[in-house]
Design a protein around this ligand. Structure first.
Ligand SMILES: [Zn+2]
Length: 308
């Protein structure tokens, strides 16, 4: 029997607090950092991808550390982190814009009151764009055009009007998509609820000739692991083939192991490529039978590597 792995959806209170702190402080800090960097150098699309990637990496690390195995909570955390990061990033740009305006007004009229200058800026934005505050600022930027820039004012390509809004929408999607997808994947990784640990790294168990794959999987499904094991050979089996990997928890003799079967073939260019065929949990008995008959040297057998 191969049982589909389903995350338990469990989150501890400490896990939730840690996640909330990561999302709030990490998202805001990353956005502020990116905002300050963008004063000197910013490349559209590429830099948002880097920011999204860093946010995703932070979140994935914490999800692993905090043993968070609730994909719904993880997805929400990723979306929120990306949104906060995006908000902080553009808030820094907006604040920078306002302080430049203040400096310009003071240069003109050194006697002006700060409160007066602030309301003058909002009044000007309202006059120019029909909106005050950050919305007015966005409208003004869209009119002036945002540029793919390396260093300030060094425009290589300017996006105006609707194109600027479309760009910001794409940028927002990049900011939220990375952390959301990475978090979702992280919380969906196999976890042993008895050991309270994530399963270890994948260990190669053996390969099956492609023609025998369906038979192999059917035997495993029906619990005839002995028959399945006889079809299992080593890495010398020619491509295309199906390769079998196992992930174990701390007590592979007592708890289920995580099995994944991948089809490996040669592309037209002669490169090996893999596509997942099936994954799920198998009983300790079936796992030990597969391990016993596997033809690999001892270090590849048990996959005792533990993480988390
Ligand atoms: Zn276990």
């Amino acid at each position: 029997m191969i049982q589909t792995y389903k995350p338990s959806n469990r989150v501890s209170l400490i896990g939730l607090i840690g996640l909330a702190l990561t999302v709030l402080s990490g998202g805001v800090a990353l956005g502020i950092g990116a905002g300050y960097i963008s004063r000197y150098v910013w490349v559209i699309l590429l830099f948002p991808l880097i920011v999204g990637g860093v946010a995703g990496g932070m979140l994935a690390f914490m999800i692993k550390r905090l043993h968070l195995r609730n994909p719904g909570v993880a997805l929400f955390a990723g979306l929120l982190m990306g949104t906060l990061c995006f908000g902080a990033f553009h808030s820094i740009e907006y604040m920078e814009f306002r302080s430049e305006m203040v400096a310009a007004v003071i240069k003109e009229d050194p006697a002006s009151e700060p409160a007066q200058i602030e309301s003058f800026i909002d009044f000007s934005l309202q006059e120019e764009t029909g909106s005050s505050g950050i919305i007015g600022y966005f409208k003004l930027m869209a009119r002036e055009g945002i540029s793919l820039r390396i260093g300030k004012g060094n425009a290589k390509l300017a996006l105006h009007g609707t194109l600027a809004w479309i760009y910001w929408a794409i940028e927002f999607l990049i900011f939220i998509a990375f952390p959301a997808l990475v978090a979702l994947n992280g919380a969906d990784e196999p976890y042993c609820e008895q050991c309270r640990r994530w399963y270890g790294e994948e260990a190669y168990l053996g390969s099956v000739q492609l023609a025998n794959t369906e038979n192999f999987l059917a035997l495993l499904q029906s619990g005839a692991s002995g028959g399945a094991a006889t079809l299992l050979g080593g890495a010398s089996i020619e491509l295309p083939r199906a390769s079998v990997y196992l992930r174990s928890c701390r007590q592979p003799g007592l708890h289920a192991s995580h099995l994944s079967v991948t089809k490996q073939s040669l592309s037209g260019k002669g490169e090996t490529y893999s596509e997942p065929l099936l994954s799920g949990l198998i009983s300790p008995q079936i796992a030990s039978e597969l391990r016993r008959t596997n033809t690999q040297p001892a270090e590849g057998v048990a996959g005792m590597a533990q993480t988390g």
